[in-house]
Each structure stands twice: as C-alpha cells, then as structure tokens.
Design a binder for this molecule. Structure first.
Ligand SMILES: NC(=O)c1ccc[n+]([C@@H]2O[C@H](COP(=O)([O-])OP(=O)(O)OC[C@H]3O[C@@H](n4cnc5c(N)ncnc54)[C@H](O)[C@@H]3O)[C@@H](O)[C@H]2O)c1
Length: 258
C-alpha cells in the first residue's frame, strides 16, 4: 500500500539500519515522511542512509546507542533541528542480540545486554522523544515487543521473553502518562519474520524446532517483511487515532490473545 499518510511528518526509527527498521524507514518515506535512522554503528548507519537516499528518501542517520540516554537526547535534538520537529518514534532497536537461548548457556552479561538494549533502550528512546512530541502537540510511539514476550517461543530465550514482556508494561504505563498530550503509544508483537539475520538463525534450528514453528502458525506460511511493516505504519499513522496502550500481534495466528 502506498498512500500519503506521513506527508509532513518526521519519524525516528531506532534500529533503523536493521532488517525491519530499514523497511519501515523506506515505507514511511515512500508515504511522504522524513526519517531519521538511529543505529549502533556508524558503518551500519551510513549504509542504511545510502540505501534510503538512493530511493529518494529525506533521511538523516545518527549513530546512537539506545543504552545511552545522553546520546539519544543529542541525536533526537539533531533530528528536530534538521527537520523542524518530531511526530513519530518507532523503537525497533532490540533483539536477542546473539545471546544464547538456553538457561545453562546464558551469562549475566547476556542477560544485561538483552534487558538493557530492549527495555532500557525503549525507555530512553521514548524519554528523549516525548518532550519534542509534546512541543508538536501530538505524536505516536510504536514499541517492539515480540511473540517471544507474549508466549513461550522455541526460538528465543528467557532474557528476550522477559524483555519483550517488560516492553508491554512500559508501553501501557507510558501510554497512560502521555495520553493527555495526544501522544499515542502502542506495541507491535511480531512472530518470526525472516530478515537476513534471522534467516540464518531459523536455518540453524533443528528440524523439530522449525516444524514446531511452522505447524503452530494457523496461516501455515512464513510472512513477508511488508506484513510487519504495514501494521507498524498503521500504529504510527492517524489511521489508529483512537488506539493507545494496545499490543498488536502480527504472527499468522501462532499466538492468540485471550
Ligand atoms: N524479525 C523478527 O522475526 C522479529 C520478531 C519479533 C520481534 N522482533 C523485534 O523487532 C525489532 C527489529 O528486529 P529485526 O528483525 O529488524 O532485527 P535486526 O537485528 O535486523 O535489527 C535490529 C537493529 O537494532 C540495532 N541495535 C542493536 N543494539 C543496539 C543499540 N544498543 N543501540 C542502537 N541500535 C541497536 C542493530 O544494530 C540492528 O540494526 C527488534 O526489537 C526485535 O526484537 C523481530
């Protein structure tokens, strides 16, 4: 779908150089928005910006570790300087970040990394964005949970489950706090989307675990990346103008909320 939902809007996408992040940036720009890619390394940021510029997107890229609140504040201020304001934050930086899945293999450092990037990173990104959204008089924040935080995924481990469940509490509480400022906050909870990184992880799983994933999807197929992007755009746009504090499961029916 290509419309004009983001005409005149400015969006920050953390993890914007990642598989889902860059697809979200590209689609927001295709619908008239200006996008800011925040990611962990300058090299990743530069590559993402070059790809987006090649598509004609109005884009700025900034190297900002979401675990660093001062870096996020500075980067967010730079976006506002460049584009004149901020309307949307998509907090996509996260993942299990190469940490092991099984309890006996997980170190305290692994646990800290997953909690810090996913939960604290979402918190710090939102804290940096909210003052600018308040200045604008409205805004939308989309956080990234996961099916791994909604149920017991065989793909990811306990730290990821805890972090992605924690993001739902963060999302609801933040939605309550900033609702009076016309800022909406919603979470997306994707099932398994085979971006480059995850294709390798999926291929490396045992056949038993792969079949467990496929057999548990009522729609009986893996999704295309755009099938996650569209729901994110819905939550980021005025199409969801009366939805806040919600979680949108995008998983082919693999987990159905009661
Ligand atoms: N792809 C899936 O199947 C899936 C499923 C459920 C949830 N998710 C969530 O969606 C989001 C995006 O996932 P993806 O598949 O695009 O993964 P990805 O690994 O391709 O992208 C994540 C991006 O976050 C960046 N990042 C990591 N640590 C960071 C830090 N400290 N500061 C700033 N950026 C950092 C990475 O460099 C990367 O570019 C993640 O939060 C992930 O947990 C993905």
């Amino acid at each position: 779908m290509t419309g004009n939902r983001f005409s005149g809007k400015v969006a920050i996408v953390t993890g914007g150089a990642g598989g889902l992040g860059i697809a979200i940036c590209s689609s927001i720009a295709a619908e008239g928005g200006s996008v800011a890619v925040f990611d962990a390394s300058q090299e990743q940021v530069d590559r993402a910006v070059a790809d987006l510029e090649a598509e004609g997107a109005p884009v700025i890229g900034l190297c900002a570790d979401v675990r660093d609140p001062a870096a996020l504040e500075a980067a967010t201020a730079q976006v506002v300087d460049r584009f004149g304001g901020l309307d949307i934050l998509v907090a996509a930086a996260g993942g299990s970040l190469g940490t092991p899945r099984d309890l006996e293999d997980i170190s305290p450092e692994d646990l800290d990394l997953v909690i810090d990037v996913n939960i604290k990173g979402t918190y710090y990104s939102a804290a940096a964005a909210v003052p600018h959204l308040r200045t604008r008089g409205a805004g939308a924040i989309v956080t990234f949970s996961s099916i791994g935080g909604r149920s017991t995924s065989p793909v990811t481990g306990i730290p990821y489950a805890a972090a992605k469940a924690g993001i739902l509490g963060l999302t609801r509480r933040l939605a309550r706090e900033v609702g009076p400022d016309a800022i909406r906050v919603n979470a997306i909870a994707p099932g398994l989307f085979l971006t480059g990184r995850l294709q390798g992880m999926f291929d490396a799983m045992s056949e038993h675990d792969r079949n467990e994933v496929l057999d548990s999807i009522p729609l009986r197929r893996m999704p295309g990346i755009e099938e996650c992007v569209e729901p994110v755009l819905f939550l980021a746009s005025d199409q969801s103008s009366y939805i806040t504090g919600a979680v949108l499961d995008v998983n082919g029916g693999r987990f159905m909320a009661g």
